[in-house]
Design a protein around this ligand. Structure first.
Ligand code: XMP
Length: 512
């Protein structure tokens, strides 16, 4: 059993980020909604509790709150933004709405820290913190003192060290806060006494044992999408049960250049049984004449399920279905007790098979970066673990309008060139996702002395923490120039390349 920290979620946009940062510090944590009963939280014997931010005001009727007893157990508590205000409110201090332009703060804010507080002990006294609040703490509860302040917010960091209660008005989990992760780490190590016992090496061994126990002598079937999650799940289950695992990879013909072959080459080297179903023609036929994005998605999802089920029957069925479900999927589908943001169907809508004795989900408690770390622990190559997110419907949503074999070839070649060029410049040009899109625009060009009338490729690259919001990557012109030069020279049918300079919102990352 790992030492556990509980993050109580008040609906703040950064709640998952807090949990990820805690895990980054090698401390296991779970994210629970504020409605979770105190007993449920205490049963987990947390070494610390973190109260997240949230959009509410503590003095609103029906404002989210917690059982006050959670502050009285001697368990260290760190309240962040709303969590800080709630702590103050529950313990008899005062929280007020900031009058316009006085205590209301938003964005990067110069902050002074007092090294007498363990959270700031080893950090510079001055730094930038990320603020985002309309309310502020105007009077401290008994026992509390101030340890951080800004020009407009005298109580930016507060604590009652005797009761081990801490509060930050700013967001240490957001990367714009300088040394924010160090503050979280200091809370975990110095206040909670966390020993950093959450490592992927330990997790890997335990997860392998758990899969063996659950599967017994049974056979396991896994739908491989080519993505990181199902790849890591496959590698882990392979370690656990070897040839009793069958992986079915449906090649829908919508993957990027060389990707399906790379997947096949890799899995053929493992002990498991690997089945590649070449269904490219089937998918293309179904997509003929279809231009609406949602219709494309539905067709691909439904066809995927049909092909997978046929392949599963041919492989002789299995006792268990394995899935690469990860923690954000669990949180966002409300299974952890929170609100449903979106229902996740793993592998493009695979239905809950009734013929199986059970579902095996060895990554259910892991965040994406942990899944990658686990993949490395399992010896997976970088092309698999470092793979950027790629939509289930594949290139079909990166070809605007009808999908044809010819158009797929254009986008595949352009995409490969763009990725190759950008990857030459890592880390100078950091991007979390980058790809090419074949637009439906044709324009006039001149090549040699010839007039051309051909298609336009749009290049897209974004930097993001969570893909809910994203900023377009500031790619230097020389890198764009080389990518553009190569694409128009090497991909016949393309005479124009544009770079997308919209962020999300208002645009989305993908075009469809
Ligand atoms: P958007 O376009 O919604 O993309 O800003 C956010 C992230 O989600 C990925 N994405 C998808 N992934 N099936 C998927 O598995 C889909 O239909 C899909 N649409 C978008 C996208 O690549 C980005 O990482």
């Amino acid at each position: 059993m790992n030492q556990t920290v509980i993050v109580i979620d008040f609906g703040g946009q950064y709640s998952q980020l807090i949990a990820r940062k805690i895990r980054e510090c090698h401390v296991y944590c779970e994210l629970l909604p504020w409605t979770a009963p105190a007993e449920t939280i205490l049963e987990k014997k947390p070494v610390g509790i973190v109260l997240s931010g949230g959009p509410a005001s503590v003095y609103e009727e029906d404002a989210p709150t917690i059982d006050r007893r959670l502050l009285e157990q001697g368990i260290p508590v760190l309240g962040i933004c709303y969590g800080c205000q709630l702590t103050v409110h529950l313990l008899g201090g005062r929280v007020e709405a900031a009058a316009q332009d006085t205590a209301r703060e938003y964005g990067r804010t110069a902050t002074h820290y007092d090294a007498a507080c363990p959270l700031f002990e080893d950090l510079p006294a001055e730094g930038t913190a990320w603020m985002s609040h309309g309310d502020y703490v105007s009077a401290l509860p008994d026992g509390f003192s101030v340890f951080a302040e800004t020009a407009h917010c005298p109580n930016a960091g507060i604590a009652d060290p005797a009761r081990r209660l801490y509060g930050l008005q700013f967001h240490p989990e957001v990367r714009h806060t300088e040394n924010g992760t160090e503050m979280i780490r200091a809370f975990l190590e110095k206040v909670c006494g966390a020993q950093g016992d959450w490592t992927m090496q330990d997790y890997c061994e335990r997860a392998i044992r758990a899969v063996r126990e659950q599967a017994g002598d049974g056979r396991i079937l896994l739908a491989l999408s080519g993505g990181v999650d199902s790849a890591v799940a496959a590698a882990l289950i392979d370690r656990a049960v070897g040839e009793r695992l069958t992986c079915v990879y449906v090649d829908h013909g919508l993957m990027r250049k060389g990707e399906s072959d790379a997947i096949e080459a890799f899995y053929s080297g493992l002990r498991l049984r690997f089945v590649r179903v070449n269904a490219q023609e089937r998918f293309l036929t179904r997509l003929e004449g279809v231009t609406a994005p949602e219709e494309k998605r539905k067709i691909i999802g439904a066809e995927f399920v049909r092909v997978f089920e046929e392949a599963a029957r041919e492989a002789g069925g299995a006792d268990f279905l394995a899935q690469g479900t990860i923690y954000p999927d669990v949180i966002e589908s409300g299974a952890a007790g929170g609100h449903t943001i979106k229902s996740h169907h793993n592998v493009g809508g695979l239905p809950q098979h009734t013929g199986f004795q059970g579902i095996i989900e060895p990554l259910r408690v892991l965040f994406k970066d942990e899944v990658r770390a686990l993949g490395r622990e399992l010896g997976l190559p970088e092309v698999i673990v470092g793979r950027q997110p790629f939509p289930g419907p594949g290139l079909a949503v990166r070809v605007i309008g009808e999908v044809t074999a010819e158009k797929l070839e254009l986008v595949r070649e352009a995409d490969a060139i763009f990725r190759e060029e950008l990857e030459k410049h890592v880390p100078r040009v950091p991007a979390d996702q980058y790809f090419a899109v074949l637009t439906n625009m044709e324009t006039v060009g001149v090549m040699g002395d010839q007039r051309s009338y051909q298609r336009t490729i749009a290049l897209r690259a974004v930097c993001t923490e969570d893909f809910m919001t994203a900023d377009f990557t500031r790619i230097p012109y020389d890198v764009l120039a080389e990518a553009s030069r190569r694409i128009v020279n090497e991909v016949p049918g393309i005479n124009r390349v544009v770079y997308d300079i919209t962020s999300k919102p208002p645009a989305t990352v993908e075009y469809e």
